[in-house]
Design a protein around this ligand. Structure first.
Ligand code: ATP
Ligand code: MG
Length: 357
């Protein structure tokens, strides 16, 4: 029986555990918070992510280490004598928006124009090159749209620069996209690779709100696959990798990658033959990967802040209500609901419940 260590005990770890338990896997979670929602399901270690002794204790107990979010310090993981997948270099790249976008450029993958910002002079120069609107972001530690400011005029620059800490920033061209999609793929050590259909994503205030799949567009799917393969190869990748794209003029522009399972892929739990969580575990264990075909079209709504009353959601035919068991908090992802339907038209008729309840 294989034992998996997961650094980070949020809902992604929780859903990994729920997917891996029927496969006979057991889990140990490390998280700084004693009430992290995955901890209720398995053994755990409460420790900071840079606590080397605690990480060593984790690696002594498990066969493989993985993580459920990308801000685990890569430098600390490098000091561990453990098998860690996805590879630490992928984690380190995804942690820093400049490294990440430079990687895309090096692979000829379209990405918004950007500039590293360490001073107000850098910002002035970048405004001239990139123009407006632009988005100033922290290079590291951003999630759910946090650490970002949209700038429409040079006058707004100094205040945004100061509010975001005055160093370690990136200015990005603001893409006037038509919509956003993501691609999730999994690769094991044998090089076997599987790709989920494109997922169409809507954000509210920088946080994923609604995901729908399959988004059927063969040209975009094939283009996404080319970029995915380039990244998987370059990063010697093992595990699930997600790419977030903007779609503009029927072309893909890469926003960012996530070296992990992804919120937009929650709908694969019920709608695909094999979920992203199971395929991540199979990939890191070098087991054969499962089919990614979707059994039915699906839509997923995130519950942000607090859980809604369950009855309206549970009353819908073929709906799947997930409560992560978290305390309510403004802006926090506390659960989601996935609805399936026989075809996209039927799905469109069912999803208004998401906006009425
Ligand atoms: P998450 O962890 O939710 O993916 P994040 O904090 O890493 O979020 P981003 O993915 O960079 O942040 O941005 C969140 C959302 O903000 C994007 O999905 C998109 O809707 C919008 N956004 C970010 N950067 C740009 C950009 N350059 N042009 C247009 N929209 C953008
Ligand atoms: Mg994002």
């Amino acid at each position: 029986m294989k034992k998996i260590g997961i650094i980070g005990g949020g809902q992604l770890a929780r859903m990994m555990i729920l997917a891996g338990t029927p496969l006979g896997l057991s889990f140990v979670v490390l998280d700084p918070s004693a009430d992290a929602c995955a901890m209720k399901l398995c053994d755990n270690i409460v420790a900071k992510y840079d606590d080397l002794d605690a990480l060593k204790a984790l690696s002594a107990q498990v066969d493989i280490i993985t993580f459920d979010f990308e801000n685990v310090p890569a430098g600390t993981l490098e000091q561990l004598d453990a098998i860690i997948y996805p590879p630490i270099c992928a984690l380190a790249t995804a942690q820093d928006r400049i490294l990440e976008k430079s990687l895309f450029q090096g692979l000829n993958i379209p990405t918004p124009a950007f500039a590293a910002i360490e001073s107000l002079d850098d910002l002035e120069a970048a405004f001239v090159r990139i123009g407006f609107p632009a988005i100033l972001k922290t290079r590291c530690l951003g999630y759910d749209g946090k650490g970002q400011a949209r700038i429409t005029d040079a006058k707004e620059g100094p205040a945004a620069f100061a509010a975001l800490g005055g160093k370690g920033l990136i200015l990005e061209e603001c893409i006037d996209f038509t919509f956003e999609v993501s691609m999730i793929a999994a690769r094991n050590q044998n090089g076997e690779t599987v790709y989920y259909p494109l997922i169409k994503n809507k954000h509210q205030q920088g946080v994923l709100h609604l995901a729908e799949a399959p988004f059927q567009d063969d040209a975009l799917f094939n283009e996404a696959k080319v970029y995915m393969n380039a990244l998987l190869n370059k990063l010697d990748y093992i595990g699930v990798l997600t790419i977030e794209f903007f779609v503009k003029d029927a072309q893909l522009i890469v926003n960012e990658i996530a070296p992990r399972v992804h919120n937009s892929g929650h709908l694969t739990i019920e709608a695909a033959i094999t979920s992203q969580f199971e395929n991540h575990l199979r990939a890191i264990l070098n087991w054969p990967l499962g089919a990614t075909k979707m059994l039915k079209p699906a839509a997923m709504l995130n519950f942000i802040g607090e859980m809604p009353e369950e009855t309206p959601y549970l009353s819908i035919n073929d709906s799947h209500y997930h409560d992560y068991g978290k305390e309510p908090r403004i802006g926090r992802k506390v659960g989601h609901c996935t609805i399936l339907a026989d075809d996209l038209d039927a799905l469109a008729l069912k999803t208004p419940i998401f906006f009425k309840v």
